[in-house]
Design a protein around this ligand. Sequence first.
Ligand code: F0G
Length: 468
Amino acid sequence: MTDASPRSVPLNSAGVQRCIRPACGASFGIRERIYVCGNCGGPLEIAAPLPPASEASALRARWSARAASLDPRDRSGVWRFRELLPFGDAAPIVTLAEGNTPLYDAPRCAKYSGLDTLRLKHQGCNPTGSFKDTGMTTCVTQAVLLGARTVVCASTGNTSASLAAYAARAALQCAILLPRGQITSSKLAQSVDYGAIVCEIDGNFDDCMRLIREIAEDPSIYLANSINPFRIEGQKTVAFELMEQCEWRVPDHVVVPGGNMGNSSALGKGFEEMRQLGLVERLPKLSVIQAEGAAPLARLFASLQEESKSDRTLISEELTPVENPQTLATAIKIGSPVSWEKALRSVLRSQGQVITIGEQEIADAKAMIGRDGVGCEPASATTIAGIRKLAGAGFIRRGESVVAVLTGHLLKDPDYVSQYHRGTLSLNPGTTQREAESKLIKGAFRNAPIQVAASKNAILDQLRRANS
Ligand code: F0G
């Protein structure tokens, strides 16, 4: 371990699991195998004592010095921030060198969104190609500490790919529940290759989620969905890493896609902890973007705005699930997100927004991200489509600093990409050809491959035509 300062900041192995509902607030032991509050059924979060604010600058120096270390804990963009994780120094960490993902300038996306500048935090550059890895390293470490033999999750494809990989590293049995026919082949391929037991069921993600929670009542089985607060602990470190990359100058806006709502909950927690530590003086406005056909939280948020309710009544509101969620961004095809209360709290605390975006806008925004040389999957592109909409509405101003969090890699869903560029991407796939054609996405930035004769002149001719 590399220390930048002789002062020692203790590692954070103390703490409790605490219900986030203000009316309850019940606490449970840090190594108790529970996923929701045993008192009221509410969501749990890890509440651990933070280092004193006087240690903030020592911590900052220590974290950045670790970037030059070869210790496996320092090579991980999650465990590098271990002073803020609820594990002791001797924890048997399960890591694939996750995190440490790039922050890119995106001038074309900025122009497209009506902004001067825009940055992309590309979480698709994690070992299994999505942001899930940053939470899975802590969650599977906790599974090992608890002596679990089997880890399980329900998934739209990325959580399962990530869990399968980390379970393989830890030599744990892994079983995943997927909605049949609704997972991209790339994500499915990852899970089978990492040796997971892949169960495809007739039903959607929400059905899988309900079932897996029942299965995880067995004490030898550990649930790795983001309802598990140890997932959130790992994922919150993305906020630390982002702030480090921003040289601790807080962006005005951070924008994320919303599905099961773990990511938004985790970023919100990370920013809040940095504020409490005195590492930043304010919170960025955290906004969540949902696909129109799978937007239960955006609906609730809109209704709360209309009624202009106070913060305190907001959290106890009940979310009405979307029964049959629909979107081509399959990663976020979720009607009943488990972490909505935490996410809503983070959005409200930071004065962000929760909005929806249509399929056409998502598809075009994805292609625009590509024009900046950055490849993401469709769910990630909700961010740029959402930023454009929020800028159009005046919520984001032209000169403000904005970071979009891209959650998954382009190669997670190559079929979507090629269908968009060939002009065959349909909102009605898998039906008759006529119905599929009636609902085609009309890509504004199509770039289909062209058939060219195998001759130098024919190829040069194509280049000239493209330039004219
Ligand atoms: N983007 C991608 C690429 C995802 O895979 C997910 C969630 C999200 C965004 C939404 O994040 O759930 O934290 O709000 N995928 C989960 C899965 C549900 O099973 O892979 P969230």
